[in-house]
Design a protein around this ligand. Structure first.
Ligand code: ZN
Length: 246
């Protein structure tokens, strides 16, 4: 089985469609580490796609926020405005689907999906210290996480944490051969709102049989996504940040 693993799509249809075009024919099933919606202008299109095509998805904090499962007091003003807009926009069927998404960790094959960390779906795994703690709660040798919108992740080998960077800027590709004696927390990166300084859409192709993780980066129609965000009356900063990947 080969997997296309995506995360943090955030209602960005343009980025999602580019990823699906580029990855076509290279996977058998699609998995998602959460945050289908929130920020972007196409929450219904992305949710309908997930309902029809994604084999397993864990809920993200924005998914909860956009269907009334989260106290918006904890969100910054821009995220809150986007959540309120998205909740109004979502059809009843799509809101029901999002409300029913499971909390991670979710087992797939011999690995797991989480949104934040194996212990806490809302925790950000940003540095080696965060990762060191999280590895203590990892029940499988490999888990995929999202939430930070930073592609890459961490390896754990004999007590040492090794940060894993994303792909080379030039070609947008990087392969990771997973060591059977190590453990991994891996972030496919964000499809719809990257925050690692690279505005291109991020995703991962994973083959458990070969223990091979292929990180990918892909240019997409950023302008199209920005225009829709502005037209929808969402906070303009949500459009601006797509161009810089921050
Ligand atoms: Zn997110």
């Amino acid at each position: 089985m080969r997997y296309l693993i995506v995360s943090d799509i955030h209602g960005n249809r343009e980025a999602l469609e580019a990823v699906l075009d580029a990855a076509g024919g290279q996977y058998d099933k699609i998995l998602c580490c959460g945050d289908l919606v929130g920020y972007g202008a196409d929450p219904n299109a992305v949710t309908e796609w997930a309902r029809a095509n994604v084999a397993a998805v864990v809920r993200g904090n924005h998914d909860r926020a956009c269907v009334g499962l989260e106290d918006l007091e904890w969100f910054n003003p821009v995220a809150r405005l986007a959540a309120v807009w998205t909740e109004r926009e979502l059809t009843e069927e799509n809101a029901d689907y999002i409300r029913g998404l499971p909390r991670g960790p979710l087992g797939v094959d011999d690995f797991q999906l989480v949104h934040g960390s194996p212990l806490d779906e809302d925790e950000y795994l940003l540095d080696s210290a965060d990762a060191r703690q999280a590895f203590g709660y990892l029940l499988t040798p490999i888990a995929f996480f999202g939430h930070t919108h930073v592609q890459g992740g961490f390896g754990w080998r004999r007590g040492h944490i090794e940060p894993i960077g994303g792909p080379e800027p030039e070609n947008g590709r990087q392969a990771l051969d997973c060591d059977p004696d190590a453990s991994y927390l891996l972030n496919p990166g964000s499809v719809g709102q990257p925050r690692d300084g690279d505005p291109r859409a991020a995703y991962v192709l994973y083959s458990p049989k070969e223990r091979l993780v292929c990180y990918r980066r892909l240019a997409y129609d950023v302008r199209g996504a920005q225009e829709k965000i502005r037209r929808a009356g969402l906070p303009p900063v949500l459009a601006d940040r797509l161009a810089v990947g921050r």
